[in-house]
Design a protein around this ligand. Structure first.
Ligand SMILES: NC(=O)c1ccc[n+]([C@@H]2O[C@H](COP(=O)([O-])OP(=O)(O)OC[C@H]3O[C@@H](n4cnc5c(N)ncnc54)[C@H](OP(=O)(O)O)[C@@H]3O)[C@@H](O)[C@H]2O)c1
Length: 342
């Protein structure tokens, strides 16, 4: 904690935030005192109860994922809490309303601003700590699996990294929307958790060959949509088990960004390779994703059919510990930071 640490105080305009004090290991994440940000036109100020931790935050800390122009240098892509200020022209939100928001930075703090289109109400019956675990993975999965990947009921779906924040969300949503779900994960315990979430088969990638398992399970047809965060050697293996008219969607390349592919095979099977990053997209585009989530996914969260998989919470000041855990890859689901409000 900073030496002058005291509870957040909007009157003095200061708050505790986590700063990246030079790129490096988790130890560069330092609690500091910063000014409370002011909401601009069309923005709200959120008094943060909890902030989700995501793998892109680790990349940012290491210097590999710079915030887009105009975004806060404080890490953190998702928060939940209560509305504590309204910028010019804001309607539809009142002071004190429970809110969860996707942000382009600034989440690891006691206060954070967010553009209104990126805000969603905390689902009924859910607390703010769980709600903070929603935006980054639900926006990412929706736009990549359902918009870009066009996954439909009755189709088959494979998500790599099934036990990750992204994976646990993708399994549940694909299952809830009627797809046949396959996944890969790195241990028997992770695989068991993925099956509980709705995967028909979870493949332990340290012990099994996912290509052989998918070929056998689909009678050689392959799957209709793949969500991949590994890249590298997975690209050709993915294309081998992508069905005719199948869609391969990339959201990261943990193993490498480059590979040689056989265009002949791609053309014969009329396959599509696509991908996207969420953070640099416009407020309007993120707002459109938020609208779809509110319409199609919020009812599933409110009925309890779909829920964020919570692994561990840490006090905000222990953000470095939270990053150590994420880098160990031993977690299943989401890691969340909490403020004194929680
Ligand atoms: N494009 C976008 O808009 C966007 C948005 C959000 C997140 N992402 C990306 O999505 C990925 C997941 O994010 P997250 O926050 O959910 O992270 P996370 O919970 O830390 O999950 C990362 C997962 O990747 C698996 N993994 C790591 N290295 C691997 C490798 N070499 N081969 C196979 N699996 C590996 C790990 O599980 P195992 O034990 O199974 O290996 C772990 O479950 C990250 O790469 C992140 O950068 C992209």
């Amino acid at each position: 904690m900073p030496s002058d640490s005291k509870p957040n105080d909007r009157k003095t305009g200061s708050m505790i935030a986590i700063e990246i004090a030079g790129y490096g290991g988790p130890e560069v994440l330092k609690p500091v005192r910063r000014s409370v940000p002011q909401p601009g036109p069309g923005e709200v100020l959120i008094e943060v109860t909890a902030a989700g931790v995501n793998r892109p935050d680790v990349l940012q800390r290491q210097g590999g994922y710079k915030p887009p122009p105009g975004a806060s240098d404080i890490p953190g892509l998702e928060v939940a809490g209560r509305i504590a200020g309204l910028g010019e022209g804001v309607s539809g939100w009142r002071m004190g309303d429970p809110v969860t928001a996707l942000v382009a930075g600034g989440g690891y703090a006691e206060f954070c601003t967010a553009p209104v289109p990126q805000c969603l109400p905390v689902p009924k019956g859910m607390d703010a700590v769980k709600a903070a675990a929603l935006p980054e993975t639900f926006f990412t999965v929706w736009t990549n699996v359902f918009d870009r990947g066009r996954l439909k009921s009755g189709e088959s779906f494979l998500v790599h990294g099934g036990s990750s924040g992204i994976g646990t969300t993708a399994i549940q949503l694909a299952h809830a929307f009627g797809a046949r779900v396959f996944t890969t994960a790195g241990s028997p315990e992770k695989c068991a958790a993925c099956v509980k979430l709705g995967a028909e088969r979870a493949i332990d990638h340290r012990r099994e060959d996912f290509v052989a398992v998918i070929e056998a399970a689909t009678g050689g047809k392959g799957v209709d949509v793949i969500l991949d965060m590994v890249g590298g050697s997975y690209i050709n293996r993915n294309l081998k088990i992508l069905a005719v008219e199948g869609r391969l969607v990339h959201i990261a390349f943990l193993e490498g960004a480059k590979a040689e592919i056989d265009l002949g095979q791609l053309m014969m099977r009329r396959q599509t390779i696509t991908g996207s990053t969420l953070r640099p997209r416009s407020v309007a585009e993120k707002g459109a994703i938020a609208q779809s989530l509110r319409e199609k996914v919020w009812p599933l969260l409110e009925s309890g059919r779909v829920a964020p998989v919570m692994y561990k919470t840490f006090p905000l000041a222990e953000a470095a510990e939270a990053h150590r855990l994420m880098e160990s890859s031993s977690h299943i689901g989401k890691i969340v930071l909490t403020t004194a409000r929680a």
